[in-house]
Design a binder for this molecule. Structure first.
Ligand code: ZN
Length: 294
C-alpha cells in the first residue's frame, strides 16, 4: 500500500525525447475539464504524490507533442454516474483540435443506466475505445455490468484499457482494490472474450509476474509501462523490457499525473540498449495495432 503522500522527485527534465527513438506513441495520458483536474490534483497531493505538471488539457497535449511525442492516447474516467456523456463530448472536442495526433478514449461508469448506449454513441462520435479505472469506479471486472461493456467493445471492434492492478491502493478509495482486482479475474475476462483487446496499465502492478505469464499465454492482452519503469515505487521490480513479450508491451507515461520529470522513463528506456525492432514495437508499433491509430 502507498505510504502517502509519496515524495516529489526533483529530477532534471530534458526538452526533447531521446534522438534515437523511432515513432513514439504515449499510450497513457490524462486530460480532464479544468474543474475535475483541480479535484484530482488535490486528491493526489493528499493521498498519492505531488503532481509535477499542473497543466490544462490543451497545455498537456502541446507539452508532449512539442517535445517530440508523435501520437497521444488520451484518457478520462467518470468517477460517478451521469457524467460520462459530457466527458466524452469534451474528449471529442479536444481531439478535433489535433487531427492525426491525438486518439481519444471514451469513459463510462460501469453499472450506470444506458452504459451500452453511452459507449455506442461515443464510438460513433469518433472515440476509439474505452478507459476504466477499478479503484476510482469500484467495479468488479467479472460482474454482469462489466459484461455489458465488454460486449459493446467487442461488437464495435474497440479496445478496452482498464486499470485493474491492485496498486496504488489508498485508504481514500471507496473500495478495496485488493478485493476487487487480481490477475486471475482478468484472465477470466480475456478467456471469455477472446475477440476483445484488453490493455492493463502499469504492467499490472503489483502482480507483474502473473501478468507477464498472461501475455505469454493470451494474444488479446497488452500491458502499458506507465510509472512501472520509473523506479519510483520502491517495492516494484519489473523485468527488462526485452525479457517480456515485446509485441504486447506499450510505452505510456501517465502524464501529467506524475511526481517526476516527464521524460524520466524515456531516458531509462533509452539507456536499456534495446534493439531497434524492440524499441519500434514498444514505443509505437504495438500501440498502432492495439488502438488502430490511423
Ligand atoms: Zn493513469
Amino acid at each position: 500500500m502507498l505510504s502517502s503522500p509519496l515524495p516529489a522527485l526533483h529530477d532534471k527534465e530534458g526538452d526533447k525525447i531521446p534522438s534515437s527513438f523511432p515513432f513514439v506513441v504515449d499510450t497513457h495520458v490524462h486530460i480532464f475539464p479544468d474543474g475535475i483536474f483541480k479535484a484530482i490534483w488535490k486528491w493526489f497531493d493528499q493521498y498519492g504524490w505531488p503532481i509535477r505538471y499542473c497543466l490544462n488539457s490543451r497545455e498537456i497535449l502541446d507539452f508532449l507533442l512539442s517535445r517530440g511525442i508523435d501520437h497521444i492516447i488520451a484518457f478520462q474516467y467518470s468517477h460517478k454516474k451521469g457524467i460520462a456523456r459530457d466527458l466524452n463530448k469534451y474528449m471529442v472536442e479536444i481531439c478535433s483540435k489535433y487531427p492525426g495526433q491525438v486518439t481519444g478514449m471514451a469513459t463510462v461508469f460501469p453499472g450506470e443506466p444506458e452504459a451500452a448506449g453511452i459507449l455506442k454513441d461515443a464510438f460513433e462520435s469518433g472515440l476509439k475505445g474505452v478507459k476504466l479505472h477499478a479503484h476510482v469506479q469500484c467495479f468488479d471486472m467479472n460482474s454482469d455490468q462489466m459484461d455489458i461493456i465488454y460486449k459493446v467493445c467487442t461488437a464495435n471492434g474497440k479496445p478496452i484499457v482498464m486499470h485493474v492492478g491492485k496498486e496504488p491502493k489508498s485508504p481514500a478509495y471507496n473500495c478495496d482494490p485488493y478485493l476487487l482486482c487480481s490477475a486471475g479475474k482478468l484472465e477470466n475476462v480475456i478467456k471469455k472474450y477472446p475477440d476483445l483487446k484488453v490493455c492493463v496499465p502499469h504492467l499490472g502492478i503489483n502482480e507483474i509476474e502473473p501478468y507477464q505469464q498472461l501475455i505469454k499465454k493470451y494474444d488479446n492482452l497488452w500491458l502499458d509501462t506507465a510509472m512501472a519503469l520509473a523506479n519510483y515505487f520502491t517495492d516494484m521490480n519489473p523485468p527488462r523490457l526485452d525479457a517480456m513479450r515485446i509485441d504486447r508491451i506499450m510505452y505510456g507515461s501517465d502524464f501529467p499525473n506524475i511526481p517526476y520529470a516527464w521524460d524520466r522513463e524515456l531516458k531509462l528506456i533509452d539507456r536499456a540498449n534495446l534493439t531497434e525492432k524492440t524499441l519500434e514495437l514498444i514505443m509505437g508499433k504495438n500501440a498502432v495495432d492495439f488502438f488502430l491509430i490511423e
